[in-house]
Design a protein around this ligand. Structure first.
Ligand SMILES: Cc1cc2nc3c(=O)[nH]c(=O)nc-3n(C[C@H](O)[C@H](O)[C@H](O)COP(=O)(O)OP(=O)(O)OC[C@H]3O[C@@H](n4cnc5c(N)ncnc54)[C@H](O)[C@@H]3O)c2cc1C
Length: 358
């Protein structure tokens, strides 16, 4: 498990108040952690203050002579995500191993956070896909007004639009994962920015898509006998933990200002799709014209949304499925290509898009 978040803040980890005192080769930790998921884990990566600053520790749950001094105070009563227990815990002189140098706690623990952040970027694509599979089964079987739902033009528009949300989320997440697995400096730099962009955009889109998918089942979508309520409750979480939306957007600005290689790799990735679709080229030029440098902090969400949308388009164009790439660019990048609510689209190749769910 990971125990970073304290009552006074999960985003601002440097405000952590848990203390660590040296004891021989080991350390003793005293303090509380406001969120600690999977509290049955055998070890917890945690942060605590030493004389040298915020430092990363590994706290084993069991010692040779019994349980370590970690108290489970209570379990959180959460909206969803119930299969994963999340606890409030306290360290009462818990024995711990130091990991990494003193004062470099965030930098040390961030190596694990990079992995879990990737999970949170990929998971919304899975949630959307799970919802779409339910929807497809429903609309193929259900009839209204003498026709199956899947044959109703307006339902097809909604489904096609939802497919574009899912396909783009998946493309963005898989491209980030590919770079994450790469070994070059460029891969690492690109992965850092791509994971953040995917985490932000995919999680902003996922809850909206799940609500719409729920509505496709009509009243049954609101009933616990279908998986839709569970998907609905799960949908917001990946946007909150491992860096909430604003924090991720500020991290994107920080990466672009501090890691020139990340900005260069991202620019190359966006340029790689140029020349295939004039609407994409125009949207990329408009983005660069709007923000020749980094935006003001207050515009970080707008900037991140635009950049992530372009990156998703770049991946889809190069992936080569014409219905998906064309539909995405037409409705997400071209001016006036779409209304603001799901399904407010026209001119999509609904047959090809709906077939992607199968
Ligand atoms: C189900 C669940 C399980 C969890 N499990 C764990 C776990 O195992 N280990 C762990 O350590 N934590 C865990 N967390 C905690 C989670 O990581 C934090 O809740 C999250 O990082 C946000 O921290 P916070 O709740 O303190 O909110 P805050 O840090 O108070 O943030 C509140 C809001 O302010 C925004 N914000 C923060 N800074 C800025 C800024 N500079 N500018 C603009 N907006 C800003 C944030 O984006 C957020 O929207 C879990 C949370 C949940 C819901």
């Amino acid at each position: 498990g990971m125990a970073m978040t304290e009552k006074q803040g999960g985003s601002d980890l440097r405000a952590n108040a848990t203390r660590a005192e040296p004891e021989g080769e080991m350390w003793r930790l005293t303090g509380h952690k406001w969120f600690c998921s999977a509290p049955m884990s055998d070890g917890f990566l945690t942060l605590a203050q030493t004389g040298g600053g915020l430092t990363c520790f590994l706290v084993p749950r069991w010692l040779e002579d019994g349980r370590n001094a970690i108290r489970l105070m209570r379990l959180k009563d959460k909206l969803g995500n119930r299969a994963n227990a999340s606890a409030e815990i306290e360290y009462h002189g818990a024995l711990a191993h130091r990991l990494g140098p003193e004062g470099r706690g965030v930098r040390t623990i961030i190596e694990m956070v990079h992995h879990t952040r990737l999970d949170t970027a990929v998971a919304p694509a899975g949630l959307m896909r799970a919802a779409l599979v339910e929807v497809l089964a429903w609309v193929e079987g259900r009839r209204a007004f003498q026709r199956r739902l899947i044959d109703q033009p307006l339902m097809r528009a909604v489904l096609a639009d939802l497919v574009l949300e899912w396909e783009s989320a998946l493309a963005l997440a898989m491209r980030a994962a590919e770079a994450f697995d790469g070994t070059s400096e460029d891969d690492r730099a690109f992965a850092r920015i791509a994971v953040a962009l995917a985490k932000f955009l995919n999680n902003k889109r996922c809850p909206v898509a799940i609500v719409e998918a729920m509505e496709c089942l009509g009243g049954m979508g609101y009933v616990e006998e279908t998986p839709m309520p569970m998907l609905y409750r799960e949908a917001p979480l990946n946007g909150i933990w491992e860096g909430s939306g604003n924090v991720i957007c500020l991290d994107i600005l920080r990466t672009l200002s501090q890691v020139p290689r990340a900005g260069a790799a991202l620019a190359a990735e966006l340029d790689a799709a140029k020349g295939a679709d004039r609407r994409y080229d125009a949207a990329l030029a408009a983005h660069r014209g709007r923000w020749p440098g980094l935006p003001e902090e207050a515009e970080a969400r707008w900037f991140a949304e635009s950049l992530a949308g372009l990156l998703a388009a770049s991946v889809l164009i190069r992936a080569g499925n014409a219905a998906v790439a064309d539909g995405y660019v037409a409705t997400r990048l071209a001016p006036g290509g779409r209304g603001h609510v799901p399904g407010a689209v026209g001119g999509l190749d609904t047959g090809a898009l709906i077939a992607r769910i199968r």
